[in-house]
Design a binder for this molecule. Structure first.
Ligand code: PEP
Ligand code: MG
Length: 752
């Protein structure tokens, strides 16, 4: 059964479009299950009906013309209940509905299974037989398993239509999750891993001769590389294994793969695209082979293709041209991809993975770049270079928008700009509620360019300076001196306002190219303070740089420790910080002792807030991580993004508890996760007693507007009610209602 399943799925995935995929499905299922009928019904979302889309055994001429609503007939019944239905004699089933045109009168036995993708019933797969019988368990299991595997392929084909290159201009909408607010219109620039052929976009070339030459050089280099590897391995591998390298070299012969690639280049395709098309075509043939050994050779071919690609890319990657309205698109964009585009040219960002809490989205928001995260099934190779709209409020993107859509989004962009202009008037004043309560609105920074932008928006200090961003942009650990200069610029930029420098927080989804951390489960692994304490030399250099940076400036340095899960870590870190402070003083620098604080990001720290407070000057909640660890929801996983709930009652209780502990201890408390920049959440946080809300600069004025409109007394009432609610949805509703009643609906209108 496994083998049959695998074959059908492979054949269906090799189909050029949805229609062929469905035809292949019904054809193969009917023959494997030896039934008389196999049909597929697919949901037409606009009409909310399940359309008869492909069949073997029933009337082909009504394909596409007959449909059933959810609940109508046995097919609709399967869709409605989202469960298989196995019936011996259909006419005896109360939900049976007779549709004359379809021609199923003579069939008695019916087995229908829903095709479900991400909780949505996309369609129904049905087999039927004349004999009166129940399909047995193994048949049912086969169909259910197949349907589960097909669901992803069908969903993908439905949205992408497996667009061919000539159909690039088709307007389509793709859904992801909001990453950073705002709307952008521009040109899609696809960034793809340089050794993954599957991601390569198709591009046209004008200078064919140059492209052919480029390819020839890549072939020669690949050949040379394989020969070198083969020679190195000669003493270590068996003869027959070494034969693999000969096979590679044969494939590289002029008459073989290169010949086909060159033919495609001559038709105007760039070398990478021509290579991808050629390798894909061969792979599809390999996949259909029955012989497991031959199928295995497909991997060799893939490997060879990727090798050639990396040689082609060596010269090409750096040459990427960014138009003035670039929208960066990629399945797995990194912070350095983001940094590679000149800021003034970067208008939007679309990531196939991650969610609003990924560091990519956080940085994009800080830069004011509208972003959509976790967009599945984007036909990357085909949208490259096309027009694209990014709606970072709703988490939607549109490829090749129609003139009407373009106008609508342009209008939204202008409305948003007008709202922001209006808010700018609030920048100079303090953030004080109508009943006189003051909250400090600070900013989260990572790049020096954040400084001016934040001050313009009235930031009163820095609540989180993500120092790791500087480390990520470097090619080796930055020296103490280079860190000192960068930190000094930051301190000077904000002086005399407080600047909270977080010590290196790598691990999780933040890696350094020169210090790779390979782990099965990185978010529960070697992260933040754990790395720093294991590498005191790196920690000490950073702390010394921070303290030395403050010399001779009228500034206020605060040092903050990330990912703390026990007081032992604080004690160890404090000891090292003391040591650094003494050293720097002994070296003659006139510096003040910095405040030391801890981030509350791990549930363990919530419950030890009292003990932590005895040791430090302030606490700052990192709600991005705290929510993920409390709810066991990966902050980067788009699949579970709807479960990542900042308004979850348990999260609110934890936050309330931390604020109360800090108030009792008379110590400073703040929050520097994304929650602080959410206008509704900010209201609750102020009511809990947080003195500092630190956020990305684009949110400063929105939050200020809310906190200067609603009184502390009213906010406390809302908090009291919120703490009695039992679900995140109820809390969100309450908060939204409060903002609307205060006349602030415009601030939340665009947000999903
Ligand atoms: C947090 O976890 O809330 C936080 C501010 O840190 P980061 O997002 O950098 O992990
Ligand atoms: Mg964190």
């Amino acid at each position: 059964m496994l083998e049959a399943l695998r074959r059908v799925v492979q054949e269906v995935s090799a189909a050029p479009d949805l229609e062929h995929a469905l035809e292949t499905t019904v054809d193969r299922v009917r023959s494997i299950m030896a039934t008389e009928v196999c049909s597929v019904y697919l949901l037409d979302e606009k009409r909310g009906r399940y359309v008869f889309r492909a069949t073997r055994g029933l009337n082909q001429s009504v394909v596409g013309k007959v449909s059933l609503g959810a609940g109508e007939g046995l097919v609709g019944y399967v869709a409605e209940r989202a469960e298989p239905l196995n019936v011996e004699v259909v006419t005896e089933h109360p939900r049976n509905q007779y549709i004359a045109e379809i021609g199923e009168d003579e069939f008695n036995a019916f087995l229908g299974v829903p095709i479900i993708h991400q909780g949505q019933t996309l369609g129904v797969l049905v087999v039927q037989q004349r004999n009166k019988r129940r399909f047995d368990e193994s048949e049912e299991a086969f169909l259910v398993t197949l349907s589960a595997q097909l669901a992803g392929l069908i969903a993908h084909a439905k949205v992408t239509g497996r667009l061919s290159i000539t159909r690039r201009k088709v307007s389509r909408t793709f859904r992801g999750a909001p990453g950073a607010p705002g709307v952008a219109l521009g040109v899609a620039i696809v960034i793809y891993p340089s050794v993954d052929l599957t991601q390569v976009p198709f591009r046209k070339v004008r200078n064919v001769a140059r492209e052919v030459d480029r390819f020839a050089v890549a072939v020669t280099e690949t050949r040379a590389e394989i020969q070198v590897i083969a020679e190195k391995m000669a003493g270590e591998l068996q003869e027959d294994t070494l034969g693999l390298f000969d096979a590679y070299l044969l494939m590289l012969d002029e008459g073989a793969i290169p010949k086909e690639v060159v033919q495609r280049i001559k038709k105007g395709q760039w070398a990478q695209g021509a290579l991808k098309q050629t390798i894909d075509e061969h792979l599809a043939r390999f996949d259909l082979m029955e012989d497991a050994y031959l199928r295995e050779r497909a991997n060799d071919l893939r490997e060879l293709g990727n090798r050639m690609l990396s040689h082609l890319e060596k010269r090409n990657r750096r040459r990427l041209h960014f138009p003035k309205d670039s929208i960066l698109v990629g399945d797995d964009l990194s912070l350095s991809d983001l940094a590679s585009v000149p800021k003034e040219r970067l208008k939007g960002l679309v990531s196939g993975s991650g969610s609003v809490n990924s560091h990519l989205a956080i940085l994009a928001e800080a830069l004011g770049v509208p972003t959509v995260m976790g967009v599945k099934d984007l036909p990357m190779p085909l949208i490259d270079g096309g027009e694209i709209v990014v709606d970072g409020f709703q988490g939607v993107i549109l490829t090749s928008p129609t003139p009407n859509q373009r106008r609508q989004y342009q209008k939204r962009k202008e409305e948003e700009a007008a709202l922001n202009r209006d808010l700018e008037r609030l920048a100079p004043g303090r953030c004080v509620t109508p009943d006189g309560h003051r909250t400090r609105l600070w900013v989260n920074t990572g790049l020096f360019s954040d400084v001016a932008r934040s001050l313009d928006r009235g930031a009163e200090g820095v609540g989180l300076y993500r120092t790791e961003i500087h480390f990520m942009m470097n090619e080796a650990f930055p020296t103490e001196e280079s860190q000192r200069q960068i930190y000094r610029d930051h301190l000077k930029g904000f002086a005399p306002r407080p600047v909270t420098m977080r010590t290196l927080d790598i691990g999780g989804d933040k890696s350094l190219p020169y210090f790779p951390i390979q782990e099965e489960n990185p978010f529960l692994g070697w992260r933040g303070i754990r790395v720093s304490l294991d590498h005191p030399e790196i920690f000490i250099a950073q702390i010394r740089a921070m303290i030395r940076a403050s010399e001779g400036i009228d500034c206020y340095l605060r040092i903050m420790l990330p990912m703390v899960s026990s007081v032992t870590e604080i004690d160890m870190a404090k000891q090292l910080i003391d040591q650094c402070f003494q050293e720097v003083r002994e070296e003659g620098a006139d510096v003040k002792r910095p405040d030391i604080g801890v981030m509350i990001e791990v549930p363990a720290a919530v419950f030890q807030a009292d003990e932590i407070l005895k040791r430090v000057d302030f606490l700052s909640v990192g709600s991005n991580d705290l929510v993920q660890y409390m709810l066991a929801v990966d902050r980067n996983n788009a699949q579970v993004a709807s479960l990542y709930q900042e308004f979850h009652p348990s999260v609110l209780k934890a936050l309330n508890q931390v604020a109360a502990a800090a108030t009792l201890a008379g110590k400073g408390s703040g929050i520097c996760g994304e929650m602080a920049g959410n206008p509704g959440a900010a209201l609750l946080l102020m009511a809990m007693g947080y003195q500092v809300l630190s956020m990305n600069s684009p949110n400063l004025l929105v939050v200020k507007k809310v906190l200067t409109t609603i009184s502390l007394k009213a906010a406390k009432k809302v908090l009291e009610q919120a703490l009695k609610l039992e679900s995140a949805q109820e809390v969100k509703k309450l908060v939204d209602q409060t903002l609307s009643q205060a006349g602030l609906e415009q601030l939340i209108r665009n947000r999903a």
